[in-house]
Design a binder for this molecule. Structure first.
Ligand code: DC
Length: 234
């Protein structure tokens, strides 16, 4: 059998990009999706959308039972064009609101609630469907789609991550930004359900000393290696 006979179909390719907060997952994943003509799903945005809705409903995000009971209610929809990804809750565009400080401070405890994860897991698998997508998150290669053909674990030193995130946020305080990133890492890695971890078979890419273009290039190279038929922009 030739490698072409055994190679997966490029149209069904799933690339899982997991990693810590601020490691460059979003820019990287969008860039890879654009280069390979794939869709793009930001699962962190789904957890943020759930958190935004809970806050708006006045539900105490530290009350695990209340969060669990409400997790099935909001209708969360993700648009997967890497050039213009969208996220709506009950039909309302919340792409700006979900980046607010209140949501960022509450999202890690909300994402530790098993009922929240179960609800969003179902939505994530629906969107992934037949594949042809780059999916970024914390547990994509380990739980959401362990059969992904390409799995990447993206990391960077805390200093580099804080500097990038502070610049994205228009020059916010570096020390506070780093503290908030590390606190989220601690909760995301320590939770009982689907913690942030390097999935079996994942390739570790440390982006500390790499440019965005270099990180994108290294993942495109991995995809082309597992998928000899893959062509950029196809
Ligand atoms: O990638 P982000 O910073 O926007 O993610 C926000 C939070 O969502 C993050 O603190 C952990 C959670 N998250 C998760 O638990 N599992 C995912 N697959 C994606 C995000």
């Amino acid at each position: 059998m030739s490698s072409a006979d055994t190679a997966p179909d490029p149209g069904s390719l799933v690339i899982a990009v997991d990693g810590t907060s601020g490691s460059g997952k979003s820019s990287t994943s969008r860039g890879v999706a654009e280069r390979l003509g794939l869709r793009y799903l930001d699962t962190g945005a789904m957890f943020r959308a759930m958190t935004w809705w809970l806050l708006r409903e006045g539900i105490d995000v530290r009350d695990v039972a209340a969060v669990a009971a409400a997790a099935g209610r909001p209708r969360i929809e993700s648009g997967t064009d890497p050039l213009a990804p969208t996220i709506t809750v009950d039909g309302v565009d919340v792409s700006v609101e979900i980046r607010g400080e209140d949501v960022t401070a509450a999202v890690s405890p909300v994402s530790a609630v098993p009922e929240v994860r179960a609800r969003l897991l179902e939505l994530q698998r629906d969107v992934i469907g037949d594949g042809g997508i780059v999916v970024e998150g914390r547990d994509i290669g380990s739980v959401v789609w362990p059969q992904a053909e390409v799995k990447v674990y993206l990391s960077a030193d805390p200093d580099a991550r804080a500097a990038r995130r502070a610049a994205e946020e228009g020059g916010s305080d570096l020390a506070l930004t780093q503290e908030s990133l590390l606190e989220r890492d601690r909760i995301d890695s320590g939770r009982a359900t689907a913690p942030l971890t390097m999935a079996d078979g994942a390739v570790h890419v440390d982006s500390t000393h790499l440019t965005l273009a270099e990180v994108i290039e290294s993942i495109v190279a991995l995809a082309v290696r597992v998928l000899p038929g893959a062509r950029e922009g196809s």
